[in-house]
Write a protein that binds this ligand. Structure first.
Ligand code: FNR
Ligand code: 8K6
Length: 347
């Protein structure tokens, strides 16, 4: 019944995956003080090389993109060398790996980078504080200037080039879950009146500039994007967001990306303004390779692929609990259930 997961899948002439199971990007907050991947992280990813593709935990493109402790970076030579050890191990074990490129925007906290400002589209703070560091309340961001936008776009492209230097097979740009790129795409966080706000075309501009700059540096065949048309994390929903994604998704389709990935924790969630699930909405307007995710099992994920709801299945929490997830599913062995306590160590 899960046989479909074990078929190889060709993303494009450059990349063929040995199966349809992706390891979802999973922040673990285990990089060292210089945000360099450690030996324990190398072994953790190395154990999961049976996935058709591993997507790294979200990795910051520059210092002021950091919103959680010990999240790895891809902007210093040491960080690149650290990731090279990870990708060498994954490749030696027969796997493939993309880096997820991240800037948290208004979810950043200056505590982590000893900075002054938090940068975001508009001076609209996200409610609350850094998880497990409750004294760190989120700040009102400084709206980015045109010049700062150009620098951010350049820094995404540089991080993509660094990812290729570090041996990654490609990158997934993190445009989901209420972080910087997503903040441009939703009315809750984007109140701009210049060419980056107001209309769907303007609100989609930053995302497309980042995508185009990354494609320019490393090629469309190695560039993927994660998006959350349904606002559910670090973001309040607004019915007008639908128009932004109605504009963005066909524009992305023209870019011929390696894949598009739904950013969601539970794909059973329905959004009134999307007419149902985020994955169904994306499938209706975007016709290239789509990665589904969000509280699926191998069985329910296989059913969804068979029903043509998406093409590839990303697995998050079960992969934290089961380093040998793929082998277990293949042999129909029982899985260890995920629990939040597992986040304190890398198994
Ligand atoms: C996540 N998720 C996530 N998403 C992302 O795009 N970048 C990230 O770094 C993280 N980090 C992260 C950490 C932890 C501890 C969890 C539980 C989740 C979301 C993740 O990729 C996935 O979408 C969800 O976990 C839903 O899939 P599962 O877990 O139901 O298979
Ligand atoms: C300190 C770790 C930070 C990790 C950042 C990613 C967030 C993962 C935390 C999992 C909590 C699930 C929240 C789900 C929100 C769904 C809302 C309906």
């Amino acid at each position: 019944m899960t046989d479909i997961l074990f078929q190889p899948y060709t993303l494009n002439p450059t990349l063929t995956l040995k199966n349809r199971i992706l390891m979802a990007p999973l922040t673990r907050c285990m990089a060292d003080a210089d945000l360099v991947p450690t030996q324990a992280m190398t072994e953790y990813y190395g154990r999961r090389a049976e996935a058709g593709l591993i997507i790294s935990e979200a990795t910051i493109i520059r210092a002021d993109g950091q919103g959680y402790p010990n999240t790895p970076g891809l902007f210093t030579p040491e960080q690149i060398a650290g990731w090279r050890r990870v990708t060498d191990t994954v490749h030696a074990n027969g796997g493939k790996m993309f880096a997820q490129l991240w800037h948290t925007g208004r979810v950043a906290h200056p505590h982590f980078y000893h900075g002054e400002h938090v940068l975001a589209p508009s001076a609209e703070a996200v409610e609350g504080s850094v998880p497990r560091m409750r004294e760190l309340t989120y700040q009102v961001p400084k709206p980015v200037t045109k010049q700062e936008i150009e620098q951010l776009v350049a820094d995404y492209a540089q991080a993509a080039a660094n990812a290729i230097d570090a041996g990654f097979d490609g990158v997934e740009i993190h445009g989901a879950n209420g972080y910087l790129i997503d903040q441009f795409l939703h009315h809750d966080s984007n109140k701009r009146t210049d060419q980056y706000g107001g209309s769907p075309e303007n609100m989609a501009r930053f995302a497309l500039e980042v995508v185009d700059a990354v494609i320019d540096r490393i090629g469309n065949d190695r560039t993927a994007l994660r998006v959350s048309p349904g606002a559910y994390f670090n973001m309040a929903a607004d019915d007008r967001d639908r128009d932004v994604f109605d504009y963005l998704l066909p524009a992305l389709e023209q870019r011929d990306l390696a894949f598009l990935h739904v950013g969601i924790f539970d794909d059973a969630m329905e959004f009134g303004y999307l007419g149902g699930r985020a994955s169904s909405y994306i499938r209706s307007v975007y016709h290239n390779t789509l990665v589904g995710v969000g509280s699926y099992t191998a069985e329910t994920g296989s059913e969804a692929i068979t029903a043509n709801k998406f093409d590839l299945l990303a697995i998050g929490r079960p992969f934290i609990a089961n380093p040998d997830y793929v082998a277990k599913v293949k042999s129909k062995a029982p899985l260890v259930a995920y629990s939040d306590e597992m986040l304190t160590s890398l198994v």
